[in-house]
Design a protein around this ligand. Structure first.
Ligand SMILES: [Zn+2]
Length: 240
């Protein structure tokens, strides 16, 4: 199976669809005494919160103390699976907001949010795509919108260690994984390829899809996205 990084198209766009939205709930980032304030980009739209925890995470604050973050994270952790690691700033629930214009089969603007039109989701299911977990967005619009879905991209893929260089280890206080640099022509770690046809690359905001994904959605016509093939062996070694 071949894999492709998804990015917004650089050339002129054929679709006018835009949205302004946030996830219904999110954890604050942390203000770590060692690393300073930071928040990750993880989002799990399939996770719904109720009761006291929902109320606490509805009004997202940018950052909080390690102690309060720990308390809030502990109240969400039982709702998550092993493939949904929790990081500061993690969001949950559907995208809620407003939209306008016409949407193509696939939208990736911003690049870390992958939106599918309903016919694209149906095409993926018919093509036998694995683990495409998609949650309807809740966007208000003047015109009638097709049903749109946000894909939950779990961090199931890894950058090949030959195309990354880590500067500084993980933080013992807040769990920050440490800064790492990824080569422009980075490769996937073939030894840890997931079976899913869409996933995020661990430690990054990069979305990767399989050739089965690209073939199924491309049959519906053009989208304003670009697919760059990601090899599973690095072209050159960055770690030396
Ligand atoms: Zn830290």
């Amino acid at each position: 199976m071949r894999y492709f990084e998804v990015a917004p198209a650089k050339a002129s766009w054929r679709w006018s669809g835009q949205y302004k939205a946030e996830h219904r709930w999110s954890l604050p980032g942390v203000d770590c005494p060692r690393c300073g304030p930071w928040a990750g980009m993880s989002a799990y739209p399939s996770v719904s919160l109720v009761g006291e925890v929902a109320r606490m995470l509805e009004q997202a604050r940018p950052t909080t103390t390690l102690e309060e973050y720990g308390r809030l994270a502990a109240s969400v952790a039982p709702l998550l699976t092993a493939s949904q690691p929790l990081t500061p700033g993690c969001s949950f629930g559907p995208l809620v907001g407003t939209a306008q214009g016409e949407f193509g089969p696939v939208t990736a603007w911003p690049s870390w949010e992958l939106i599918l039109r309903e016919d694209a989701l149906v095409a993926l299911r018919e093509a036998g795509a694995h683990d495409v977990l998609a949650v309807p967005v809740e966007l208000r619009a003047q015109e009638t919108l097709p049903t749109l879905y946000l894909v939950e991209t779990r961090p199931l893929g890894q950058v090949h260690r030959g195309s990354t260089r880590t500067t500084g280890g993980p933080c013992g206080e807040c769990g920050h994984p440490g800064e790492f640099e990824v080569a422009q022509d980075w490769a996937l770690n073939q030894a840890a390829l997931p079976s899913a046809d869409v996933f995020r690359v661990e430690g990054t905001a990069v979305t990767v899809v399989s050739e089965r994904f690209v073939a199924a959605v491309s049959r519906l016509g053009g989208s304003d996205v670009e697919y760059r093939e990601v090899p599973s062996t690095p072209f050159r070694n960055l770690s030396m």
